[in-house]
Write a protein that binds this ligand. Structure first.
Ligand SMILES: NC(=O)c1ccc[n+]([C@@H]2O[C@H](COP(=O)([O-])OP(=O)(O)OC[C@H]3O[C@@H](n4cnc5c(N)ncnc54)[C@H](O)[C@@H]3O)[C@@H](O)[C@H]2O)c1
Ligand SMILES: [Zn+2]
Length: 343
């Protein structure tokens, strides 16, 4: 599959873990984390031809300090402008190593090898890379498309179940906003037992279609991917990014935003019911954590970058597998829906 971007096209290749890792060029610079390093043990010799930097796992690694560690490691090893950086891991490694690749010597080739479901269906495609600041998530970053993405669903065999379900939230999201047949497939067979590669392929096709049209988030089209994210991000923020995982927070957000879609008359009640039912069956949370108040959520949404001056903006459902971006949603509707759907 080819994805067009303003700086050229890049290929998404579906592969086995073994062949994906064989593609790492000799002398490349692989950035990964400790869990992934353990998971790729059976194929370690394919990677050891390259230079490897193994970092602590977790969101804390998407920091200025770890970013500095990455670019200084590249400099110390005399990586040149042509040396490829390989992001081998989940979204944390993809964003961090991607940002290092985007900025080291003003940009070196970037090969993405995503190893979580979330990274395979979402973060490795679309060119957003970046790191967090103590002041907020993803505050420093760039649009930097990879030169290639190697997707091997075989990596998911070692992924902890909670991480798989976390990624599944984004899969359901693509279905709810763009592809009702995908929702039907997920309803018929849980992702844990399904043949996951065609599902991943479908999600990437859907994301690629959107980012090709609105790569730099200027027309508003890319913002449709934020279904569930206005409320979801607010939950993550209020919780201080501990507790719920991203997919879990956006699952709660999707249920709330589906009911908001209904309240604004954009879809039938059955559409919102299907969102709540599907996510619950998937084992994702659908109600807010008790200690998070609606006031705190609304305050966080107001400050979020998706809120414009007039009011809140949401990607809302207009039917099964369909959505649109809605600006200036009155706060009172949001408050009313949140109070009702979590009552
Ligand atoms: N750039 C984008 O467009 C974009 C989109 C969505 C999310 N993100 C970012 O992605 C990050 C979340 O990504 P994530 O959910 O993949 O988290 P993650 O990278 O932290 O990975 C989750 C956990 O799984 C482990 N792991 C990864 N692959 C494994 C494997 N194959 N076997 C066993 N363990 C494995 C990791 O070490 C980690 O502990 C966030 O920082 C988020 O901001 C970016
Ligand atoms: Zn997301």
């Amino acid at each position: 599959m080819t994805v067009r971007s303003s700086t050229g096209s890049y290929e998404i290749v579906f592969d086995t873990p073994d062949s994906a890792l064989r593609e790492i060029p000799q002398g490349a610079y692989v950035i990964t984390d400790e869990n992934v390093w353990a998971a790729v043990e059976p194929w370690r010799d394919r990677i050891e031809r390259a230079n490897c930097l193994v970092l602590p796992p977790g969101e804390q690694s998407k920091s200025i300090e770890t970013y500095e560690r990455c670019v200084r490691w590249l400099a110390e090893h005399r990586a040149s402008r042509r040396s490829p950086v390989v992001a081998l891991g989940g979204g944390v490694i993809g964003d961090l190593a991607g940002f290092a690749a985007a900025t080291y010597m003003r940009g070196v080739p970037l090969l993405q090898i995503p190893t979580t479901l979330l990274a395979q269906v979402d973060s490795s495609v679309g060119g957003k890379v970046g790191i967090d600041l103590p002041d907020g998530k993803n505050l420093v970053g760039a649009f930097y498309p990879p030169t290639k993405v190697l997707v091997a669903s075989g990596f998911l065999a070692t992924l902890p179940r909670r991480e798989l379900i976390n990624g599944a939230a984004e899969v359901w999201k693509y279905g709810f906003i763009m592809d009702n047949a995908l929702v039907e497939a997920l309803e018929a067979e849980p992702i844990e037992s399904a043949d996951v590669e065609p599902i991943i392929r479908r999600c990437i096709e859907l994301k690629a279609r959107v980012v090709e049209e609105d790569e730099h988030e200027t027309t508003g089209l890319r913002a449709i991917l934020n279904f569930g994210h206005t409320v979801g991000h607010a939950i993550e923020k209020v919780q201080g990014y501990v507790g719920l995982k991203h997919g879990e927070a956006i699952a709660i957000g999707m249920v709330a935003e589906a009911w908001l879609s209904r309240r604004l008359g954009l879809c039938e009640e059955s559409v919102a019911e299907r969102v709540a039912g599907g996510l619950a069956k998937q084992g994702l949370p659908t109600a807010k954590p008790e200690r998070v108040t609606i006031d705190a959520l609304v305050e966080a949404m107001r400050r979020d970058k998706k809120a414009d001056r007039e009011g809140l903006a949401f990607s809302l459902l207009t039917g099964p597998g369909a959505c649109k971006l809605v600006q200036n949603v009155p706060e009172r509707d949001v408050i009313e829906v949140l109070s009702r759907c979590w009552a």
